[in-house]
Design a protein around this ligand. Structure first.
Ligand SMILES: [Zn+2]
Length: 163
């Protein structure tokens, strides 16, 4: 029960993306299903285990970079978490039929995820985009079907699910 409600104060106290330099990770087993590793939530990273939270709080890693790219994407969405999440859900819904062609297709073909997966192994990517990560806009101009045909993932990308 506490885990379920724990996200409310995070939302209420959320700072604008532009005012967040780093995102602390914390465990939330209610909202983070097994198999997922991290979720950017209004300036925090939620993880399914303490071990993953500790790992993300201890220094740079591809997973941390993935989540930080989402922060900079929210900055690019008019510096608004709400606009970022509404767009995220909209893209997810639009790509939902792709789940029939590709496991987790609606998630993996989300423009925000395409950018985050593509650059999470580049430790300099976030620092190079202090004014916001914008590559997702290019993917958003394509239909989900075109994204499926043009941008696929390497095996390494799909080892875990990074929300
Ligand atoms: Zn993600």
């Amino acid at each position: 029960m506490w885990m379920m409600l724990q996200v409310l104060p995070i939302m209420w106290r959320a700072k604008r993306p532009s005012r967040i330099a780093d995102m602390p990770a914390q465990v939330n087993t209610f909202w983070l299903r097994r198999g997922y590793e991290g979720l950017t939530f209004f300036g925090r990273i939620l993880t399914p285990t303490q071990q993953l939270a500790d790992q993300m709080n201890s220094g740079p890693s591809p997973l941390k970079t993935h989540e930080m790219i989402h922060l900079r994407q929210a900055l690019a969405c008019g510096d608004s978490w709400m606009r970022f999440y509404l767009l995220y859900i909209w893209y997810w819904l639009r790509a939902l039929p792709m789940n029939r062609r590709l496991r987790h297709g609606a998630y993996l073909l989300n423009p925000f995820e395409l950018e985050a997966y593509r650059h999470m192994y580049d430790p300099t990517y976030v620092a190079r985009h202090p004014d916001g990560c914008q590559e997702w806009r290019r993917y958003a101009r394509l239909s989900p079907r075109q994204r499926y045909e043009n941008y696929f993932y390497s095996k390494k990308d799909l080892q875990g699910n990074h929300l």
